[in-house]
Write a protein that binds this ligand. Structure first.
Ligand SMILES: Cc1cc2nc3c(=O)[nH]c(=O)nc-3n(C[C@H](O)[C@H](O)[C@H](O)COP(=O)(O)OP(=O)(O)OC[C@H]3O[C@@H](n4cnc5c(N)ncnc54)[C@H](O)[C@@H]3O)c2cc1C
Ligand SMILES: NC(=O)c1ccc[n+]([C@@H]2O[C@H](COP(=O)([O-])OP(=O)(O)OC[C@H]3O[C@@H](n4cnc5c(N)ncnc54)[C@H](O)[C@@H]3O)[C@@H](O)[C@H]2O)c1
Ligand code: SF4
Ligand code: FES
Length: 813
């Protein structure tokens, strides 16, 4: 039987080549006797996941795509750790390093790329590596056990993912980038700057516009020297400055090679029976560096080899997503503006989101998303289809359904309205219809079942939230139907997570993610801060706050402004200050040349335009507590003058407000909390739009909850009337602790009350014994808090995070 089979040799046991074989085996399982040669000593693995391995999100075993048994089961002869060294295209023979000689009828080059190593003096020293394979990954992990300082050259996708991994491994990481802004091949300046700020807050340091000219050190690298004479120390140098197709063997074999091995629309080289697929192939002048186009190529080549009809491969539009936890970045198509394009941009510095659409001739040709990438696949689909979006541009920018026929803007509505042929999984080219069919006809009732059945979510994992969404839409509930979790990483909702943390006594974020089997093993920018909050709320004594999982403002204890400077708001209890305090603030503002001093809506003084490195010095000079104007915590207690001066006042509004502010300052809450106290029902302090509002009445106080200003105003509900200041304090403590214990992270009191109902809140606070129990718990938590400004001022290791980069001393050479 074997005698009738044709001989097929695949050179390169990587992602594109083996995917081609997988397709071929489905189409023509008995047509070929297959031999695969791979330089690496491993079975075929998911190179994309090396970034996850570095951050501890996957181990080497988990990234194997086809294990040894797959080759056996499919009668494939596999030679690993054995590169092909020569091909005789006349005799149709392949020769390997270990001495194997194999005849072929058809041979495929799938040799991928190699990391481009800058040809610098010193590039051959120990400790200088690329980031391409398992061996590189192991070198980084080993280096981190012995050395402290890492430098990554290249601020592209690979460089940033490597840098994130090295940070996770405990190294001090500088990223050296030749351009003024990061990911310049994928992002515009605005998105890039937002990205930089977020990564800096995670601890990454950047040396931009630096061109390396030399790698210092004797045997092992000790640092880099730049063209401007400055230097940086390094025990490990990772080069991530792009890739070069692996084409030497092809060139030596007489194939036409430019940057890659030149192929036609059916992946044929210019020699008969020789094909090339993947990163090593150059199609219509383009070599690709992402799996989606390579898999498209593989599908076309597999059909050709199987003798099936196939459309030609005509090229691909690409999209990318950075795989760094806590940062959502998406880029697709041509994001650069040209004289023939128009662009629409939406930037929200408070929410940390950015969206840019690039339009040419009425069609969407490019998109950049930062902070919220949930619309990425729909935008990418529109780019690929090339249909006109005229008249819908603004709707698309504002996030309404781009799909024909509308459908609303919730993720579920958008998924429902999505056309059947829309691609859900870009890496593997899986459409909505294919996923729906897997659920409805093939009984796939979990993401992993859909993954085995269709390959959707099997590569970068970026499409998992969409797959889950389809599962919840189409599943009939008979199996493991996935409901809406707190984010795409899990199907568990807030209450289930909190209950599981308590039941299993889970103590840190990674433990929760692992034990509760998150689909994305690193978590994301939605779940990590939420888990950080829940764990801190549940275990105030033991839990160590994970700074990395906080939003930027909370990490710097100041609000970041759109130009990258910060604002400083010192605590002024109840908005009541004094001439000496005002003088001190004025002196500090002058000393640090603060460009703008402004009163906030909450009656505080805001010093705007402060440089990051000046923050600790200013806090030290101010010698005032942090006003926490940046966090999910008590912001301000606004007061009117009350009966102290106002002729209408019935109670001491200022005194009450100061008491409340002193009690609750520094409290961690699910979302920001604002309080106000008015001295009479005229309500000059606007207590009826605050989270907790206190309004004086004759002989007592009216207590209000769940108010909200902002985009959607909600007036408060009254939960009670009390007589004394002590009772106000009791109810205030109890209400805030109930909110802390029961609301979802990022849920304001207004939304929480709308969700659970006012009656529920009232009933929970009705009995004094319950109020006192809540009060005891919140007081205990409050007793453990410290002032963050003071802590940073007093601790050198914390102050260092605010220092400008030290790595620009003059060269000593
Ligand atoms: C860390 C990292 C993260 C990435 N993340 C993403 C991502 O998120 N999304 C994305 O789309 N892409 C990502 N990529 C890129 C993606 O991994 C590649 O595009 C893809 O692996 C290329 O597939 P390939 O088969 O062409 O090459 P490879 O997977 O590199 O396979 C080629 C194989 O051929 C072997 N070989 C070379 N010469 C010979 C020879 N003479 N004889 C035998 N064997 C030989 C090589 O050793 C290699 O094992 C990432 C890459 C890296 C390194
Ligand atoms: N999430 C993802 O999709 C992902 C992740 C990792 C890698 N990859 C792929 O792997 C391949 C390699 O990634 P990459 O980031 O190395 O390539 P890249 O070409 O995308 O980026 C290289 C970056 O290095 C910079 N650079 C070039 N020369 C430099 C120098 N001398 N000093 C400092 N900076 C310099 C460039 O400006 C560029 O931004 C790409 O094909 C990429 O698409 C993709
Ligand atoms: S709320 Fe009443 S007490 Fe307070 S300032 Fe206004 S009028 Fe005066
Ligand atoms: S988009 Fe990468 S696995 Fe689906």
């Amino acid at each position: 039987m074997n005698a009738q089979k044709k001989k097929l040799v695949l050179i390169g046991n990587g992602m594109a080549g083996v995917r081609t074989i997988e397709h071929l085996l489905k189409l023509a399982p008995d047509k070929y006797e297959i031999t695969i040669f791979g330089s690496e000593p491993h079975p075929n693995y998911n190179r994309i996941m090396l970034s996850s391995v570095l951050v501890g999100g996957a181990d080497m075993k988990e990234i194997v795509i086809n294990d040894w048994s797959w080759y056996q089961e499919n009668n494939i002869t596999l030679h690993t750790g054995d590169p092909v060294t020569k091909i005789d295209t006349d005799k149709k023979m392949v020769y390997s390093k270990n001495g194997h000689k194999v005849a072929y009828d058809e041979v495929i080059f799938a040799t991928g790329s190699k990391a481009f190593i800058l040809p610098l003096p010193g590039a051959d020293k120990e400790g200088v590596i690329g980031f391409r394979d398992i061996a590189d990954c192991e070198k980084m992990i080993d280096a981190s056990k012995q050395y402290k300082k890492a430098v990554v050259i290249g601020g592209g996708l690979l460089g940033l993912e490597a840098a994130r991994g090295l940070l996770h491994l405990g190294m001090d990481v500088n990223v050296v980038h030749i351009n003024p802004y990061l990911m310049n091949l994928q992002l515009d300046e605005a998105a890039s700057k937002m990205l930089q700020r977020e990564l800096e807050a995670q601890g990454m340091k950047f040396l931009l516009q630096k061109s390396t000219v030399n790698i210092k050190g004797k045997k092992r690298a000790t640092g880099l020297v730049f063209s401007d004479g400055t230097e940086v120390d390094a025990d490990l140098v990772v080069m991530a400055v792009g890739i070069r197709p692996e084409v030497e063997l092809a060139r030596a074999s007489g194939l036409t090679v430019n940057r890659g091995i030149v192929v036609d629309d059916f992946l044929r080289t210019d020699l008969p029976n020789v094909y090339a697929v993947g990163e090593c192939a150059e199609h219509r002048g383009i070599t690709y560096g992402l799996v989606a186009p390579l898999y498209d190529q593989g599908a076309v080549l597999a059909k050709l080899l199987a003798g099936a009809n196939s459309d030609p491969y005509t090229g691909s539009v690409t999209s990318t997503k950075l795989k760094v936890s806590g940062v959502d970045v998406f880029s697709a198509g041509s994001f650069k503006e040209t004289p023939t394009t128009r662009s629409l941009k939406l930037q929200d510095d408070l929410a940390g989101t950015y969206k840019k659409l690039v339009i040419e001739n009425g069609k969407l040709v490019g998109a950049v998303l930062f902070g919220d990438t949930s619309e990425g696949s729909e935008l990418f689909s529109l780019i690929k289809k090339g249909e006109s979006i005229e008249g819908r541009e603004k709707e698309l920018l504002l996030g309404f359904s781009p799909s024909q026929g509308g459908g609303g803007s919730s993720p579920e509505a958008r998924l429902k309205a999505m056309p059947d042929d829309e691609i859900i999984c870009g890496c593997n080219g899986v459409s909505k219809a294919t996923v729906a069919d897997a659920i409805l006809s093939k009984g796939c009732n979990s993401v992993s079942a859909i993954k085995s059945c269709t390959k959707a979510s099997a590569s970068c994992g970026g499409c998992k939230p969409l797959v889950e969404g389809l599962l919840s839409i189409y599943s009939d509930g008979s199996g493991e139907a996935v409901k809406e979790g707190i984010c795409g990483c899990t199907s568990l909702d807030r209450d289930e997570i909190v209950a599981e943390i308590k039941r299993m006594k889970l103590t840190n974020i990674n433990e929760v993610i692992n034990v509760l089997e998150w689909k994305n093993s690193e978590g994301c920018s939605k779940c990590r801060p939420a888990l950080n909050y829940y764990l801190g709320m549940l275990y105030p004594d033991e839990y160590i706050d994970e700074k990395e999982s906080r939003i930027t403002n909370e990490r710097y204890h100041a609000n970041i402004q759109k130009d990258g400077t910060f604002s400083v708001v010192p605590r002024i209890y109840g908005g009541v200050t004094s001439p000496s305090e005002l003088k001190k603030i004025a002196e500090v503002a002058e000393k640090y040349e603060v460009p703008l001093v402004k009163f906030t809506g909450g009656q505080r003084l805001d010093l705007l335009g402060v440089k990051k490195e000046d923050l600790p010095k200013m806090w030290e000079d101010l010698d005032m507590p942090s006003g926490h104007a940046y966090g999910k915590t008590l912001r301000t207690v606004k007061t009117c003058v009350g009966n102290t001066f106002c002729r209408f006042g019935t109670q001491d509004a200022m005194g009450m407000g100061i008491k409340l502010e002193k009690a609750f300052e520094r409290l961690n809450t699910p979302a920001k909390v604002k309080i106000a106290v008015s001295g009479c029902p005229r309500n000059c302090a606007e207590a009826s739009i605050k989270d907790f509002g206190v309004i004086a009445i004759d002989g007592g106080w009216e207590l209000h909850v769940g108010g909200n200003g902002g985009v959607k105003v909600r007036a408060t509900d009254v939960i009670g009337v009390v007589k004394t200041e002590d009772e106000v304090m009791e109810w205030g403590h109890a209400f805030l602790q109930l909110y802390r214990e029961e609301a979802s992270w990022n849920e304001r009191t207004a939304h929480w009350i709308e969700r659970v109902g006012l009656d529920y809140v009232k009933q929970k606070l009705e009995k004094q014994e319950d109020r006192l129990a809540l009060m005891e718990r919140i007081k205990h938590t409050l007793s453990l808090t410290t002032d963050p400004w003071k802590e940073i001022v007093e601790k050198d290791e914390l102050r260092k995070n605010f220092e400008p980069l030290k790595s620009t001393q003059p060269a000593t050479l």
